[in-house]
Design a protein around this ligand. Structure first.
Ligand code: F6P
Length: 363
């Protein structure tokens, strides 16, 4: 009889509804079905570097399916290959991957499950190139991970954003205002597109389609002429005008991707108010899209991805993440992480349908 495996799991990068569903599924299936031991690494890759971990038993993951966030904690600042260290009063960046790998050896880990977005999975890929057995589980509200049709967290974010559009609708209509709702997504417009369509947004702006402000103003004025005195705009945080730049809210020290986007809806709203003469307000939905309980869809997807990850380990498929293609779970090599974000194709069927219904995409 072969010795049961000892596996570890970490969640890294920005949190996202459904992470606990994955932790629960991995832990329960690994113990229940295969008799493995499971170690939870705390605070993402930071916990690998500084040996912060705890054993996970079935009782530890009981009752967490509907919880937002991650019981293991996370960080989006611990790139093992470029880790900030203070030296003589200065911050220098070092490759500390060997320290992390040494801790995995000390813990006698047979395989590490890395749950995260493209930053986390890129680090997972590098670990795998250094000989660590790794299985990835893609996560992000942005839905922009290459190699998979869908990531858990996205459905919850869309649900919250669509509710935001609904709520703004009544107040926009009552006051005859322009109302802009800014949603997350970084370089990808998935949340804006889906929430915009779900909430019946009149204008949907996504980073993949640079906007022309004069065309948006024209569209709003035409609506007025037709008796629609208000307009709802759903704006992805990563949008930029034709030949213009994205709006950066702040730079984050030591982040894998330091620029944090935000604030475009305020600037755009001011300009539209000038061009149309209509009073304007903006709302930045922000981290409300990432907090709280996951939708039933995300709980199910997280559970399935976690369960698949354990099967990958059992079958010895390392260096892969679990992807979803045409409703099937597939093995996706982690090398796909070099290909950048998965953007919305500008000829996406949902864009075509929305255009046919009269929605403006700012072009
Ligand atoms: O990638 C997920 C995401 O929520 C983006 O949509 C957003 O731009 C970013 O993370 C915000 O990061 P932070 O939590 O560091 O503010």
């Amino acid at each position: 009889m072969t010795k049961p495996k000892r596996i570890a799991i970490l969640t890294s990068g920005g949190d996202c509804p459904g992470l606990n569903a994955v932790i629960r599924a991995v832990t329960k299936k690994a113990i229940h079905e295969y008799g493995y031991e499971v170690i939870g690494i705390r605070d993402g890759y930071e916990g690998l570097l500084f040996n912060k971990n705890r054993r996970l038993d079935e009782a530890d993951v009981s009752g967490i399916l509907n919880l937002g966030g991650t019981i293991l904690g996370t960080t989006n600042k611990a790139n093992l290959y470029k880790y900030p260290v203070e030296e003589k009063g200065q911050t220098v960046y070092q490759d500390l991957s060997l320290q992390a790998i040494a801790h995995l050896h000390q813990l006698k880990i047979d395989c590490l499950v890395c749950v995260g977005g493209d930053g986390t999975l890129s680090v997972a890929r590098q670990l795998s190139l250094q000989g660590v057995n790794v299985v990835g589980v893609p996560k992000t509200v942005d839905n922009d991970v290459q190699g998979t049709d869908i990531t858990f967290g996205f459905d919850t974010a869309v649900h919250i954003a669509a509710e935001g559009v609904d709520r703004l609708h009544t107040t926009a209509e009552s006051h005859h205002r322009l109302m802009l709702l800014e949603v997350m997504g970084r370089k990808a417009g998935w949340i804006a597109l889906y929430a915009g369509v779900a909430g019946g947004g009149d204008v949907i702006l996504i980073p993949e389609i640079p906007y022309d402000i004069n065309k948006i103003a024209e569209y709003i004025k035409n609506r007025r002429k037709r008796g629609k005195k208000f307009t709802l705009l759903v704006v992805s945080e990563g949008v930029a005008p034709i030949n213009g730049n994205v709006t950066i809210q702040r730079m984050v020290k030591d982040g894998v991707e330091p620029a944090r986007l935000g604030g475009v809806s305020f600037l755009l709203g001011q300009d539209l108010e000038k061009l149309t003469g209509i009073e304007t307000r903006n709302v930045v939905l922000g981290h409300l899209q990432r907090g709280g309980s996951p939708t039933a869809f995300d709980r199910i997807l997280g559970t399935q991805l976690g369960a698949q990850a354990v099967d990958f380990i059992h079958q010895g498929f390392y260096g892969f993440m679990v992807g979803v293609k045409s409703n099937q779970f597939i093995k996706v090599p982690l090398s796909i992480m070099g290909q950048g974000s998965r953007l919305v194709p500008v000829d996406h069927p949902l864009i075509k349908d929305a255009r046919a219904l009269g929605t403006c995409f700012g072009d």
